[in-house]
Ligand binder design. Structure first.
Ligand code: AMP
Length: 270
């Protein structure tokens, strides 16, 4: 595996005319990331993974500071997977050529995480924009775990870059909790509570699939989750999975949650 820190060297050494798959991450790799990497390895000739904890997407500085970092362990995992290239730039490397035009979200997109984490998706889109302007992979891989992010990136990239976006399903633990780098900040007791939240929401989804009028129980579910110790829901919303509007039916809805578990912010969708 070749490790790059500069975009110039990356462009010199990697033949982007070939079928290159790109998996952007913030590191502390787990089986969710690994499934994206394996999908890229199957679809593409070479796979490039990036590990970059993007400061501009953290709207709270202490959240950025406490974000888990495990570069040595990550490199071991990537070597074992036979990943071809790793890109680990500094923030300076990414933002030194920053153009003055700021990325803005449309008013109708300022919902859920965009509402509760102002500036977050603008930061995500800014880093994806920097990446794709400066090197040109043919394929890029994202997880459905970050579903709102996935839809915003699809929209952003559509007429701007010639690249195929691949959406990969959420990987979960045995007891249904979505894998996340942030889970490293949780205790075993916290993890139990998050697994319980996941099972409640899977159940809620199943009941709504049978009978959409069951949606009226959303408030009861919120109350039930909020009574758990050290758990606080930020939002629990049911939306149309194609366009995230509130106009949904039995076939096209998705349930979205963001909540704090022992001060760690977690998101998931069902
Ligand atoms: P992150 O390192 O959290 O920024 O995530 C990098 C990529 O991995 C994003 O496209 C995420 O959606 C994806 N990802 C994170 N967790 C999971 C998971 N449990 N299952 C599938 N994809 C995931």
């Amino acid at each position: 595996m070749i490790i790059f820190k500069s975009i110039n060297t990356l462009n010199k050494e990697v033949n982007f005319k070939a079928n290159i798959g790109f998996v952007p991450t913030m590191g502390s790799l787990h089986k969710g990331h690994i499934s994206l990497i394996k999908t890229s390895k199957k679809a593409c000739k070479k796979t490039l993974v990036s590990i970059f904890i993007n400061p501009s997407q953290f709207n709270k500085h202490h959240d950025y500071k406490k974000y888990p970092k495990n570069l040595k362990k990550d490199i071991k995992i990537l070597k074992k997977l036979k990943v071809d290239y790793l890109f680990t730039p500094s923030a300076r490397e990414i933002y030194k050529n920053k153009k003055s035009s700021k990325i803005k979200l449309k008013k109708k997109d300022k919902i859920m995480c965009a509402l509760y984490r102002p500036g977050h998706f603008e930061g995500v889109l800014a880093v994806i924009n920097q990446f794709l302007q400066r090197f040109k992979p043919k394929h890029i891989f994202f997880g459905e775990k970050d579903y709102q992010q996935l839809l915003l990136i699809k929209k952003f990239v559509k007429n701007k870059f010639k690249i195929t976006i691949h959406a990969c399903p959420t990987v979960r633990s045995k007891d249904k909790m979505a894998l996340s780098s942030r889970n490293e900040l949780l205790t075993n007791a916290d993890i139990k509570k998050s697994s319980y939240v996941a099972s409640l929401l899977f159940n809620f989804k199943r009941k709504m699939k049978n009978d959409i009028s069951f949606k009226k129980n959303r408030i009861n579910i919120i109350d039930k989750i909020n009574t758990l110790k050290k758990i606080k829901i930020e939002y629990l919303e049911i939306r149309n999975k194609i366009n995230l509007s509130k106009n949904y039916n039995q076939k096209n809805f998705k349930i979205f949650i963001a909540y704090y578990n022992n001060k760690v912010r977690l998101i998931d969708n069902y």
